[in-house]
Structure formats: C-alpha cells, structure tokens
Write a protein that binds this ligand. Structure first.
Ligand code: UDP
Length: 484
C-alpha cells in the first residue's frame, strides 16, 4: 500500500504511510480533524477520513483543497446500525441542537460503528488510525490489526493536564464554592467544585464514554494535539514528562488555510456572503470590532440574549454577533439601531476569516478549544465565558496563564449547556477591558495576544515547532510500520 514520493521536502522523501482519521460527529471535532487531514496530505501521507454519511458533506470543501496533492484525501462513509428503540434524532440530522439525552443515546449508538469501521480497516490495511477520543473501542481495533492508535482529544495540553490532575487529586473542600488549587501543575490554578463537570442521570452514559476514553488513551501509541509548543510549553512538558504520554503538537491546524478562499465554508456554508463580510470589516478601523460567538452547542436563553444585546449597544465598539438559533430572539428594534456598528450573522459565520481580520481586536467566546486557538491565531484579546465541556479549563488558560483575557459567567458548569445569569454591566465592563478602552490592563492583554499571533504563524512554517513535530510524527509511524 506504500508508494515513493519525489515532490516533497528531502526529509520527507520516504515511503509513505496510509493514515485513517476517524472524527467524532460534532463540528468542534470534525473541523480540526479535517484540517489535520489536509496537513497530513500536504506532507505526502495517504489520508482517508472515515465518517457517517449524514456528516460527510461537512468535509467536501476541505477535501477539495488536496486535489493537486500526491494523494488526495479519500472519504469513506459508514452507517449507524438501527438498534432497539428509535435512533437519537441527532444521527439523522446532526445539525440539530444536542441535549443531554441525545448525547447519551448518541454515545450508545456510536458503539454500532465498530463493526463497519473494522471491516474498512481490514479491507484497506492502513498503517495508523488517528481516532477521536469518543471512539475508545478503536484501541481494540488497532490491536487487532497491529497498527498504532493515535488519539485526538480536541483540546489543548493545559486542559488535558488539568483534567488529569483533578482525577488524580479530587478536591477536599467543605463547600462547592470554596476555591482550591489543583496540585502538581506548573501554575497555581484555582477552581471551585461548581466549575467542574456535574454528572446528572442523563449524562451518565456519556460520562462512561469519557472514562473509557481516558483508559483507552493510556493504552494508545500516542496523542496528537491541535496546539503549539510556544502557547503552553510547561504543559506540553508536563504532559510528556509527568503524565508520560507520547504526544505531538501540530497546530494551530486552522492556519494551514493560507488562501482567503480556504477559510470560506469551513464545516458549513456561511449564512453571510464572505465577500460581504470582508467588505463590512474593511470599513472598520483596525482592532475596533469584537466578535461574539458561542460555538455550535451552547444554548442562550432570550433573557441572556437581551443582556448581551444591551451591553453591545452601550459599549463604544463595533461588533459581529453570531446568533445560531431561531430561539435567540433579539430585543425589539435592536438590529435597526445597530445598523452602523453591528453585523448580526444568523446561522453559520465564517469564523476563521473574521478572527484573522485586522479590524477584529476582541472575541467574546464560550472557550471551545477551536475558538480559543483561532482567537490566539487571530491575535485577539478574549472575554472568556465558559459554559460546559472542558471550556472552564480553556478559560483558565486564557485568563490565568496566557493573560490575554478576562472571564465572566464562569461561576458554575452547566449540565444543560446553557449560558445564563450574566448582567449587562458585567458584559459591558469585560468588553471595554479587552477592547483596550482606556484601560492599561486591556492594552497589555492585546499586546500579549498580538505576540502570540506571531508565534502561532511561525510554528507552522518550515522549521517551526509544530512543523517539526509533524515530521517526528511521520517518522514515528513509519518506524512502527517498518518494525512490524
Ligand atoms: N464555527 C464556525 N462558524 C460558526 C460556528 C462555529 O466556523 O458560526 C467553527 C469555529 O471556527 C470552530 C468550530 O466551529 O472551528 C467550533 O468549535 P469550538 O471548539 O470552538 O466549539 P464547540 O462548537 O465545539 O463548542
């Protein structure tokens, strides 16, 4: 299955491996894994993405990018097996909002992908599987076919280290709101128990998968991380040296899209014409726009939409606000009043394009890892508003370690994936701070954010740390193949 390459960097002229990538069916996992596939293909690896037929269309634009490569990315689709009872609706229409019950049923349904996935592996005989953490059983698949399993967690080193330390040293505090310092980490990171995931009845099945994922990670060959060394050096070392994981940092994978057009239709067709969006941004002064988005899963009740709207209206800043759901009703007359300074995108936004534009200086974010990394690559200061998943970890990285943002709304982890209870004044103050409106604190954050942007660009260039670690990854999987 291996062929020789001649059109690559001399260090890469070696017989190439076939890598299978298997992303979880959420945008926050599929988008970075699709970018990673392009990255692999650009370095001459034969790359196949395996996914379900209802999500495959999200990848078509990305795959087109590799049309002139030695090996274009291949796509293989598999199906969930119809089981007892009704399938979770999210399987047929994965774009609909996932609630906890759906998430638990999806976690069960995922097990039915094992058989068709293994049939594909048997037939195609790849040299390596890069599996999403949410498919813990791929550790058995890899063992069966004697190939390495590499895990993709969809988050950064800091978050992986924090979650591991909390598992190892459960907090001994007398109340849920008493702060404690997580032991044995490079920085004194404070949490309260309220900020940690709350596992209710509906989330139990999903949580079981998380535990299985951690066990499977420990048995895997290594972990591939969408991050870069200069962003979180202490945590890259902690993960490798203290947690003893073999890990490669290859990000930010979104930066591989160098042409403007490559940032169009990332994951989904935008609800706004990209050129229109760019034109709007061109007319605004450098650093004057705050981009507001809560990613693809977090829900926002109307009362909270109201507080955000009032804050944006009161602040002397331009803004782009992504409203994802029809339920997110804007206050009466708001859109007309904001005509000059606000662009409201109803549906999918070209996020990477927006964050990379020099008119954007701030980002109000739920702290999904991709958003944080895209914010870092765009050099923007952040209002960190974590809600669920590992977003509280990412927010602490932004505020306490990198010091490129302030946090709000971070009192309690939400089992209902809902952000709520933050008043206009709090939002207004945080936005004013990160937009550097006369506040020294904000100016320093913006300066640090711009420095990180420069580092994020060089890390993916030839000779940069992420570029070199990808070379090591390719060498490692080649060596595994040659020894087996
Ligand atoms: N995204 C986008 N447009 C949108 C919403 C999201 O391009 O309107 C992309 C965003 O750039 C990121 C991903 O979808 O790459 C969301 O991942 P993240 O980890 O930030 O959050 P999640 O949705 O998983 O909570």
């Amino acid at each position: 299955t291996c062929s020789s390459l001649t059109s690559l960097h001399p260090s890469e002229i070696m017989t190439t491996c076939h890598v299978v990538l298997f992303p979880f069916v959420a945008y926050g996992h599929m988008i970075p894994m699709a970018d990673m596939a392009v990255l692999f293909a650009s370095r001459g690896l034969r790359t196949t993405i395996v996914t379900t037929s209802s999500t495959a269309h999200r990848l078509s634009k990305t795959i087109q990018k590799t049309i002139n490569y030695t090996h274009q990315i291949a796509l293989h689709t598999i199906e969930f097996k119809a089981g007892e009872g009704s399938a979770p609706p999210v399987i047929h229409n994965p774009d609909q909002i996932i609630n906890n019950e759906h998430l638990s049923r999806l976690s069960e349904a995922i097990a039915t992908l094992q058989e068709p996935f293994e049939q594909f592996i048997e037939k195609s005989q790849p040299n390596c599987i890069v599996s999403d953490m949410f498919f813990p059983w791929t550790v058995e698949t890899a063992a069966k076919f004697n190939i390495p399993r590499i895990v993709f967690n969809g988050t950064g080193f800091f978050s992986l280290c924090v979650s591991d330390a909390i598992q190892l040293y459960p907090p001994t505090v007398s109340s849920d709101s008493e702060p404690f310092v997580i032991p044995n980490l490079p920085h004194a990171i404070k949490f309260t128990r309220k900020q940690l995931p709350q596992i209710d009845e509906e989330l139990k099945v999903f949580w079981k998968v998380i535990i299985q994922a951690a066990e499977a990670e420990a048995k895997s060959y290594g972990v591939i991380v969408n991050s870069f060394y200069e962003l979180e050096p202490e945590y890259v070392r902690h993960y490798r040296e203290v947690m003893k994981r073999k890990a490669w940092h290859v990000g930010p994978v979104s930066l591989f899209s160098k042409n403007m057009e490559d940032k169009f239709e990332r994951g989904k067709k935008s609800a706004i014409d990209e050129q229109e969006c760019l034109k709007w941004l061109e007319l605004k002064p450098a650093g004057s726009v705050i981009y507001v988005s809560f990613g693809t899963i977090v829900k926002i009740p109307t009362s909270q939409v109201y507080e955000i709207a009032m804050a944006l209206e009161a602040c002397d800043v331009n803004f782009i606000w992504v409203i994802r759901n029809a339920q997110e009703t804007l206050p009466e007359g708001f859109e007309a009043r904001m005509n000059a300074k606000g662009l409201i995108i109803k549906g999918w936004a070209p996020q990477a394009l927006i964050l990379d534009h020099e008119s954007v200086g701030g980002f109000l974010t739920h702290c999904g890892w991709n958003s944080v990394l895209e914010g870092v690559s765009g050099g923007v200061a952040m209002v960190a508003w974590p809600v669920m998943a590992e977003q509280f970890n990412n927010a602490k990285l932004v505020t306490d370690v990198l010091q490129i943002g302030v946090s709000i709304g971070d009192v309690e982890w939400s089992a209902a994936s809902t952000c709520d209870g933050v008043k206009q004044e709090t939002i207004e103050r945080a936005v004013a701070t990160v937009m550097g409106m006369g506040m020294k604190e904000g100016d320093a954050m913006r300066m640090r954010a711009r420095e990180l942007k420069e580092k994020s660009k060089t890390t993916v260039e030839v000779g940069g740390t992420s570029y070199s670690d990808l070379t090591t990854f390719i060498e490692d999987i080649n060596a595994f193949r040659d020894m087996n």
